[in-house]
Design a protein around this ligand. Structure first.
Ligand SMILES: Nc1ncnc2c1ncn2[C@@H]1O[C@H](COP(=O)(O)OP(=O)(O)OP(=O)(O)O)[C@@H](O)[C@H]1O
Ligand SMILES: [Mg+2]
Length: 368
């Protein structure tokens, strides 16, 4: 998929900006506060109807304006589609090919976007939830059924946790919860294991490229349950474990096993990334994971997703920067940097790459 044209109206600091992207890599530079992240956000909003920056979409409406509007023409497998979105406080209106869309799902059908933001780097050191979110988000994008099941699973967990505190005597209630959780939890676990295997292979390869084969990356799924790829067997074991743990769970007031507690383990050259990785290595890990996510989407949708990477080059040495660019080959990608491009790359390195500069006048071609 490739964006052919886009327009941002009253969107953040963009009054009315049109932009005609190329099919390949864009390097976007500009001083702090010029609107680099806003441009990526604009592309992301127009492709997914959501902002990666804020959950209150009205924030994107330009100050003093009543509404924002974004329009994109995107080529999906050889066919052009027009996506339009108008954002007002409390409302968003979506059109695809001039037809009003009722749901975000209909609006973004067949479209994939992968975003890297500097705060994604926290994933390596944080509590397991950010690592689980990475995995869940990657699978969600390609599988609506997974999304549904994850939602149901968390709903059941919060109901069971409430019952563990308030309705300890109602044993039948736990029979129902535990049966359902074993079923949904097993499905989630099997899907995660299937996808983590693919993501690990791709991330390993991307990490090898970025580090110029200097060090190696490995990711493992750490489960609170015994692992089996036979779903029927897994459901049985899971259900039994839920029963065995019931009294302990009552004491703790929460459910102590299940995919809501699982984790991903990242290792570089066999050592825990959390404890031993350098800044540049951490960045390389997270970027490799994002590239792996792009490949997962490509496999599912049959074409490369649009890649939006914000502020990626800091902390990377010159070889890693160059190798990172190599990893984007074939993907329409928008990559921002605060430094002037010539400080980071020679002109000769930028063959097939479109340098862009955001100035007070808006989006301009970069001239060396
Ligand atoms: N709703 C809005 N209306 C108008 N301007 C806005 C709005 N939201 C943010 N801005 C402005 O956008 C600018 C920030 O843009 P952005 O975050 O894209 O900068 P950037 O180029 O990514 O900078 P940095 O290099 O520091 O990351 C700020 O000047 C901010 O005031
Ligand atoms: Mg920024």
């Amino acid at each position: 998929m490739k964006i052919k044209e886009m327009q941002l109206v009253s969107f953040r600091n963009y009054e009315n900006e049109t932009f005609t992207p190329s099919p390949g890599i864009h390097l976007i530079s500009g001083e702090n506060g010029r609107g680099k992240t806003n441009l990526l956000e604009g592309i992301g909003v127009s492709l997914s109807a959501r902002s990666f920056r804020t959950t209150t979409i009205r924030d994107v409406i330009q100050h003093e304006k009543e509404s924002a509007y974004v329009k994109t023409i995107i080529d999906l497998e050889g066919f052009d589609h027009t996506l339009e979105m108008s954002i007002r406080p409390g409302h968003r209106f979506l059109w695809r090919d001039n037809n009003k869309m009722k749901t975000i799902g209909e609006y973004k059908r067949g479209i994939g976007v992968v975003v890297f933001q500097p705060q994604d780097l926290n994933m390596v050191h944080s509590t397991p939830s950010l690592r689980r979110n990475f995995l869940d988000n990657a699978i969600r994008t390609i599988d609506g059924l997974y999304e549904e099941n994850v939602k149901n699973y968390y709903h059941l967990i919060s109901q069971r946790n409430f019952a563990l505190k308030k309705h300890k005597r109602e044993k039948n209630l736990f029979e129902v919860y535990d049966y359902q959780l074993a079923k949904i939890g097993s499905y989630i676990l099997v899907e995660r294991l299937k996808n983590i295997k693919k993501l690990n292979n791709w991330a390993k390869e991307a990490y090898g490229t970025i580090s110029n084969q200097r060090d190696s990356f490995q990711m493992n799924y750490m489960s609170t349950l015994p692992i089996s790829s036979d779903i029927k067997e897994l459901e049985k074991m899971y259900h039994q474990l839920m029963r065995d743990n019931l009294y302990k769970d009552m004491e703790m007031g929460r459910t102590t096993i299940g995919p809501h507690l699982d984790d991903l383990r990242f290792q570089i050259d066999g050592k825990e990334a959390k404890s031993f990785a350098s800044q540049g290595q951490i960045r390389s890990v997270v970027l490799s994971l994002k590239i792996a996510e792009s490949l997962l989407i490509r496999e599912a949708l049959g074409s490369n997703p649009i890649v939006l990477f914000d502020d990626v080059f800091s902390e990377l040495d010159p070889i890693r920067r160059e190798k990172l660019l190599e990893s984007f080959k074939g993907m329409q990608s928008f990559i921002t940097m605060a430094e002037p491009i010539e400080k980071i790359f020679y002109k000769e390195q930028l063959e097939d790459i479109r340098p862009i500069k955001i100035t007070e006048k808006g989006i301009e071609e970069y001239s060396f």
